[in-house]
Design a protein around this ligand. Structure first.
Ligand code: GAL
Length: 365
């Protein structure tokens, strides 16, 4: 869990934005709710000197001092690079300097690396034209190389793969040191895109587990024109997916409603549940989807989610406990209202468009 600069600041991010965001993570209570990593995304990179040592650019005058500042707040700090010659925003990548860069990150005190394929794709195509299998082997080798370089530093550094879910990354990422891997292209702060990313997660639940996670991309909670229901559903579903929770909003101007969503500890507890099992979509009926996630100690999270644009997309929607393999009645807690709820078979449930009912059921059996 943490925060990343890209979704709100993109290429404008500066040293001051990172410091201000770290301050806000503490002041808002987000750190105490579990948000630990403050991640600098693309556009911090400067030029290499004659010895190949990479320097940060003028927006980031002193990376070691910045890392010390973030650490002084009880937080950790992340950085970004690419296995290619250039990052996606056209800054210096790590190709040919993997060990050197890993050592540099460790010397600054970096705790997390997001490694974004970007221009390495062109390298793959040039080295193995028309041979997709050979291109894939080159990509895996590139991720492996940086993974080994990070390990050699002796500093624990979380290793995040960003190659948009190509070549079934979930099948090979853990074997080359990946702690999390993007399963899709980029998120954006609009409902259709968020739902599109969510839909691509169904079926990947078998690949996630403690220390290695599917990453449906960072949170857009608080960004763009998402309604409160959409923000709630986005956050709830990322928790159902055991997804990395990397907020990406404008922290100094966060509204109380957005803060309440991002710091809902009971929803965070679903995300961080120690069993580490990703939830799955059990069934859908009309435009209502029902997802379930097993939790430690025999507990369960059940999400009933109106993905349609109408209030009652199935007239009315009735929850089937039978389809979930459960017997009712089940008592639980509505994690957005705090109310006690009883779920029964064939129970009618009415949800506003894009809204969600997220229930924690203590132990159904
Ligand atoms: C994209 C990546 C984004 C962001 C961006 C920076 O490839 O998916 O999350 O890191 O590059 O240029």
């Amino acid at each position: 869990m943490g925060w990343n600069s890209w979704n709100y600041f993109a290429g404008r991010v500066t040293d001051k934005d990172i410091r201000d965001s770290a301050d806000q993570i503490v002041a808002s209570g987000m750190r105490d709710a579990g948000y630990l990593y403050v991640n600098i995304d693309d556009t911090w990179e400067g030029e290499r000197d004659a010895n190949g040592v990479l320097h940060s650019n003028e927006k980031f005058p002193d990376m070691k001092a910045l890392a010390d500042y973030v650490h002084s707040k009880g937080l950790k700090i992340g950085i970004y690079s690419s296995p290619g010659p250039k990052t996606c925003a056209g800054f210096e990548g790590s190709l040919g300097h993997e060990e050197q860069d890993a050592q540099l990150y460790a010397s600054w005190g970096i705790d997390y690396l997001k490694y974004d394929l970007c221009s390495f794709h062109t390298v793959m195509q040039a080295k193995a034209p028309d041979d997709k299998a050979a291109q894939m082997r080159l990509m895996i080798a590139a991720y492996d190389k940086m993974g080994k370089a990070l390990k050699t530093t002796g500093r624990p550094i979380v290793y995040s793969f960003c190659q948009y879910g190509w070549d079934s990354v979930w099948e090979w990422a853990p074997s080359v040191g990946g702690n999390l891997w993007r399963t899709t292209g980029d998120v954006s702060a609009n409902w259709d895109r968020i739902y599109d990313l969510l839909s691509q997660q169904a079926g990947l639940e078998g690949y996630a587990g403690p220390g290695h996670w599917n990453d449906p991309d960072m949170l857009e909670v608080g960004n763009g024109r998402l309604s409160l229901a959409e923000n709630r559903s986005h956050f709830s579903m990322w928790a159902m997916l055991a997804a990395p929770l990397l907020a990406g909003n404008d922290l100094p101007h966060m509204t109380p409603e957005i803060k309440a969503i991002l710091t809902n500890r009971e929803v965070i507890a679903i995300d961080q549940d120690r069993l580490g099992k990703q939830g799955s979509r059990v069934y859908s009926d009309g435009e209502v989807e029902v997802w379930m996630r097993p939790l430690a100690g025999g507990a369960l999270a059940v999400a009933v989610f109106n993905v349609g644009s109408d209030r009652l997309s199935t007239h009315p929607f009735h929850l089937s406990l039978t389809k979930l393999g459960l017997d009712g009645p089940l008592t639980g807690k509505n994690l957005w209202t705090g109310d006690k709820v009883t779920l029964t078979n064939h129970q009618p449930i009415e949800l506003a468009s894009h809204d969600i009912l997220l229930v924690r059921v203590a132990s159904p059996r």
